[in-house]
Design a protein around this ligand. Structure first.
Ligand code: BG6
Length: 468
């Protein structure tokens, strides 16, 4: 077991989707690797009736769904750390019982970190916090973990922050964007700040274009109702894609402490100037795949985009003149998640007429996970022909990588240690919404007509390719 502080993790809404998909398997895997604190306890809070054996069975099944070959002994030992507190989110007495249970667990340990993970829709945060406050549940060892969406625009995000701020100081609020915990994205900073190959001129002198993509093959799955109220731009554009931009363009931090990294990310996100209506017309694109409206939970006349593209620039002398093209969406022909950096090459090259070669650096998350540098080299032989060569290293084979588990493990461990590097600060959230809000508002007024695309094809990226 690792030397981490004593921790009680309280999951508000343990029977929710997120727990099965991410939390339970991530924690189990940490447990079997001996990475959880020596003194660790998990309390599930929920309205369903479970006895001790029932909740253990429930969590065991969630883990087995991801790790069918999990060792029975390990699983049993893991679920022995689990407690269940039946209760209603709106009932004061339930919180009194939760408080008593927390005190009982903590008593023999002396001190303990208390992490509250909200696996419930944001609409009920307010009620939960009122009860937390009424029974005086939160102390200086308490932290809160919240999932995106952080509001649906700048205003509602601010309201949510005010609410979180009633009980928790900013350094105790852990906002999750699991992209920050992706190995490849962490590697962008490692690549940039530990190698002098490019970083000395990582700006508009060297770089002429940045493309950031998040193409998914999967559709909205069983999340029709949620997704229809959000759309692709807010589901992945406002957060994951903008964070990818932040990592690839931010300045060298003063140090590598969480506050310095968050400050650098914020700084660059604030350089995204909101697009004007004319720019929105010319530089954004939205489309929905054919058949989307038939999904359960989706409005039959839904105007929600399942694919988007927009082009912008960072407003700073360092990045002026470098277009940044973002696009992302569901049910596309291929899963492709990557950042492509194209370098300038103003001079003529010794290449066939009509060709002009440029170097590209690709930070790829899917289908491969690694960094590629495209170079041009002379083709062996009598001629002078030039051919493409790739310097690449793969982080590892993605096949078999369990979605979300790796990211959530890092997020939980960092929240236990009190490290906010991989979490999103309130100023980042605001900066991201300030940029996205005008686009989302213009789309809601149909200023940019919604197009249609054939699912499982590359039609949407192809159709939108000509926007500037
Ligand atoms: C989530 C979105 O935040 O990110 C999903 O809500 C999307 O719609 C997912 O599928 C993509 O994450 P990943 O890790 O699969 O690239």
């Amino acid at each position: 077991m690792s030397k981490l502080p004593n921790t009680i993790l309280v999951i508000m809404g343990i029977t929710g989707d997120l727990v099965g998909k991410k939390v339970a398997p991530a924690l189990f895997d940490l447990y079997q690797k001996g990475e959880l604190p020596e003194k660790f306890r998990l309390i599930g809070f929920g309205r369903k009736q479970f006895d001790a054996a029932g909740i253990r069975r429930f969590v065991t099944d969630l883990v087995l769904a991801k790790f069918p070959d999990a060792d029975a002994g390990q699983l049993q030992a893991f679920t022995e750390m689990l407690d269940y507190q039946q209760g209603l989110f709106e009932e004061a007495a339930s919180y009194e019982r939760l408080k008593a249970r927390l005190a009982q667990i903590q008593q023999p340990w002396g001190e303990a970190n208390k992490l509250f993970y909200l696996a419930v829709p944001p609409e009920i945060y307010g009620g939960i916090f009122q009860h937390f406050q009424a029974v005086n549940l939160i102390d200086e060892h308490s932290r809160i973990l919240v999932e995106k969406p952080f509001g649906s625009n700048a205003k509602s995000a601010q309201e949510l922050d005010l609410l979180l701020g009633t009980l928790f100081a900013e350094e105790r609020i852990y906002r999750i964007d699991h992209y920050l915990a992706k190995e490849m994205l962490q590697n962008i900073l490692a690549f940039r700040f530990n190698n002098d190959l490019f970083e000395k001129s990582w700006d508009n002198q060297l770089i002429e274009l940045i493309q950031i993509r998040l193409w998914e093959k999967i559709g909205v799955e069983h999340r029709g109702k949620f997704y229809d109220g959000v759309g692709a731009l807010r589901d992945v554009g406002q957060n994951h894609l903008l964070q990818m931009l932040a990592l690839v363009t931010m300045d060298y931090p003063v140090d590598f402490l969480p506050s310095a990294l968050q400050a650098r990310r914020t700084e660059i996100l604030n350089q995204l100037k909101p697009l004007t209506p004319e720019q929105i017309r010319a530089q954004t694109y939205r489309a929905q795949y054919d058949g989307y409206q038939q999904i359960a939970g989706v409005a039959p006349d839904s105007q929600t985009e399942t694919y988007f593209r927009f082009t912008t620039q960072l407003d700073s002398p360092k990045w002026a003149g470098v277009p940044v093209i973002f696009d992302g969406g569901k049910r596309l022909g291929e899963a492709r998640k990557e950042i492509i950096i194209t370098l300038r090459h103003p001079e003529d090259c010794n290449c066939p007429p009509g060709r002009h070669y440029r170097n590209r650096i690709i930070f790829a998350l899917e289908p491969k996970e690694g960094i590629e540098i495209e170079l041009w080299a002379k083709k062996p032989g009598l001629g002078n022909e030039v051919e493409l060569r790739r310097l690449e290293f793969m982080l590892r084979q993605t096949a078999g990588r369990l979605q979300y588990i790796e990211e959530y493990q890092k997020l939980f461990i960092d929240a236990i240690r009190g490290d906010q590097t991989l979490f999103v600060s309130t100023s980042e959230v605001q900066a991201m919404w300030n940029f996205i809000d005008p686009i989302a508002a213009a789309w809601a007024q149909n200023i940019v007509p919604l197009k249609t695309y054939q699912p499982d094809t590359d039609q949407a990226p192809a159709d939108s390719a000509n926007i500037i």
